[in-house]
Write a protein that binds this ligand. Structure first.
Ligand SMILES: NC(=O)c1ccc[n+]([C@@H]2O[C@H](COP(=O)([O-])OP(=O)(O)OC[C@H]3O[C@@H](n4cnc5c(N)ncnc54)[C@H](OP(=O)(O)O)[C@@H]3O)[C@@H](O)[C@H]2O)c1
Length: 282
């Protein structure tokens, strides 16, 4: 699996398997095992997905050296603030059954954000977290939080695909050497995206499926992607993207599909209210 180098030197596999919305106590365990067997070496979970323990069990049972598997998890809003975040990090380590997490993110940009970030910075200095990062951070939110951060985030995980290219945000992240990670890389299965004429014709040209063309484009853009599939063929196919290369012209033809919009606006107060209300423990 090809990797990118994060701003602290840590290598991250360019494509990871996301386990959002897969239930714990079996399904996430089976999906993670299947992904690892298919060749994935990067699993993206979160405390908020409530399936860290299944990921941890699968990573233990697969029989692959822990060092060869890259685990990302995320702190949920309920555990923000310095003291709560310290406990939240310990809870993630315990649920995953590991003594370090490769990448740990602040999942959403609300509440006592900088208090939580300080706890992540400390756990990073202690070696419990190999890299730390942010998620759902817009340019405005970056400007709000950046001066309160001592450690530069390694990644910003945001909605990103050919229809949602985050061009202004990418420029600011590039200036700070913060790598983008793409959630909804396939538009959450968006048929208009997967059926787009430009993408379908490239799929025919390279004898790949539209999802593989999109994921290859994301890779060539230097962005980490986190596709999810519960279909064994698509799961394997989504990492079979390293045997062809899109030309500059083809890359530009996909870049031209940007709508400048996404499905989720982190600055919408309604999202803040809704997400702040989601509790994952007592
Ligand atoms: N940080 C955040 O706030 C945040 C938010 C959302 C998501 N995420 C992360 O991003 C990950 C990905 O999100 P997602 O799963 O919703 O979106 P996605 O990967 O963009 O889309 C998944 C959908 O696409 C279909 N699919 C997969 N491969 C395909 C292919 N090659 N061709 C056609 N269809 C294909 C899947 O169906 P089948 O299963 O039938 O293949 C599924 O319906 C999550 O698991 C999570 O780790 C993070």
């Amino acid at each position: 699996m090809q990797t990118f180098t994060l701003n602290n030197g840590v290598q991250i596999p360019a494509v990871g398997f996301g386990v959002f919305l897969i239930p714990n106590d079996g399904p996430t365990y089976e999906a993670t095992l299947a992904a690892l067997k298919a060749g994935y070496r990067h699993i993206d979970t979160a405390a908020g997905y409530m399936n860290e323990s299944d990921v941890g069990k699968a990573v233990k049972d697969i029989g692959i050296d822990r060092k060869e598997i890259f685990i990302t998890s995320k702190l949920w809003l309920q555990d923000y603030g310095y003291e709560n975040a310290k406990k939240g990090i310990e809870n993630s380590l315990k649920a995953l059954g590991t003594d370090y997490i490769d990448l740990y993110l602040l999942h959403q940009p609300y509440g006592d954000y900088l208090g939580a970030w300080k706890a992540l910075e400390e756990a990073y200095q202690e070696g419990k977290l190999r890299a730390i990062g942010i998620s759902n951070i817009t340019v405005n939110l970056w400007n709000k939080f950046k001066d309160g951060m001592s450690v530069m985030p390694a990644v910003n995980q945001v909605e990103f695909n050919p229809f949602t290219q985050q061009k202004a945000l990418r420029q600011v992240m590039d200036e700070n050497n913060i790598r983008l990670e793409a959630w909804y890389p396939l538009g959450h299965g968006n048929k208009d995206l997967l059926g787009n004429e430009t993408i379908v014709s490239l799929a025919e040209r390279y004898n790949k499926n539209p999802g593989q063309i999109i994921l290859r484009w994301i890779y060539q853009e230097g962005v980490i992607s986190l596709p999810k599939s519960t279909n064994p063929g698509r799961m394997a196919g989504n990492i079979d993207i390293f045997d062809f290369e899109l030309t500059d012209e083809e890359m530009a033809s996909i870049r031209a599909l940007d709508t400048g919009k996404g499905t989720h606006n982190p600055e919408d107060p309604a999202n803040e209210t809704r997400l702040m209300g989601l509790k994952i423990h007592d």
